[in-house]
Design a protein around this ligand. Structure first.
Ligand code: ZN
Length: 92
């Protein structure tokens, strides 16, 4: 039974609500200060979404350093991306 719990911890790939909301709040607070989108990928683009502030409902949490490379599902390794960019980053 103990082994089962260990496996679960190692395989956590989905950010929980607390992390998601915390990172969203931080990015959304910072975005207007730089006049950029709260999606980091939109912010470096050149289209109309460059300055768009997305709602939490249309954003997804993504790993900054790829989970598939063994990086943690933690607050410091989380960024929120709009759904389009979250899909574009693929299998992380
Ligand atoms: Zn985006």
């Amino acid at each position: 039974m103990g082994g089962e719990r260990e496996t679960k911890l190692l395989e956590v790939r989905v950010f929980d609500d607390a992390i998601t909301k915390s990172v969203y709040a931080k990015q959304t607070a910072e975005a207007p200060q730089s006049g950029q989108s709260n999606c980091h990928h939109c912010a470096i683009g050149n289209d109309a979404n460059k300055t768009k502030i997305w709602t939490l409902a249309v954003m997804n949490a993504d790993h900054v350093e790829a989970w598939s490379k063994g990086r943690a599902t933690s607050l410091s390794n989380c960024e929120m991306l709009c759904k389009t960019h979250n899909r574009a980053t693929g299998n992380k």
